[in-house]
Design a binder for this molecule. Sequence first.
Ligand code: GLP
Length: 259
Amino acid sequence: MEIIVKQDYDQMSRCAAEHIAELIRKKPNSVIGFATGRTPIGTYRELIRMHKEEGLDFSQVVTFNLDEYLGLGMDLSKPYALDQSYQRFMYEELFNHINIKKENIHIPDGLTKNPDEFCKAYEEAIKEAGGIDLQILGIGGDGHWAFNEPGSTLDSRTRVEKLNEQTIKDNYEAFYKEAGFTMEEMPHYAITMGLGTILEAKSLLMLANGAKKAKVVAKALYGPVTDQVTASAIQVYKGKATIILDKEAASMLDSKDYN
Ligand code: GLP
């Protein structure tokens, strides 16, 4: 795995966007796994800039998002702040601003009547698309990838997962709070790609920034491979993994391990 450490969030974001753009230029019909959260927002802004100013072409790109809250789906009758679905996030932060085809976008359907069937079909759709070329990942405060909470196994697939308390609290602080929601209004379940699904992607790009992530990043990269820190799965990943961090998130890593 390659670890790249950048001075700050903006540089991390530019480097990540360049990494994604390089793949799209090389393979215009790439299958890209997108992530939500605060971390990738700067990367998405940079991709939008590259599309607008440099003509980066998303017209053949196919996407699969990692996860969605169960019970939520994009609701355009609400202002963005009051629609906390990951689907809305992706359209607002990226898809509305690039030339991606709607039919090429896949995001787990939090409003599905039959989650189990939906999850199976999602796995099938990934296979039919030829697998994911590049999966973008953040890391949760408890070390999770997507919504693979502690206890998720390395062979887990797309499924409904119960969110643990730290995740509910972190995501409340990061998003729901400023929109005026109460903790009681936080969803407790989500549909998430499994660790097994993620580990089948041909390449991974994990991003983290800020001092708050330093400890969990070190645990994921140096600690034991454990279902208590599901991002530690990166240590058994067989494809090409790139980790781009800002200085703060890398502060507990050994400087000999990165560029
Ligand atoms: C959520 C998402 C994850 C994301 C994590 C970290 O739990 N399901 O995919 O990596 O939050 O979010 P942030 O980037 O806001 O720290």
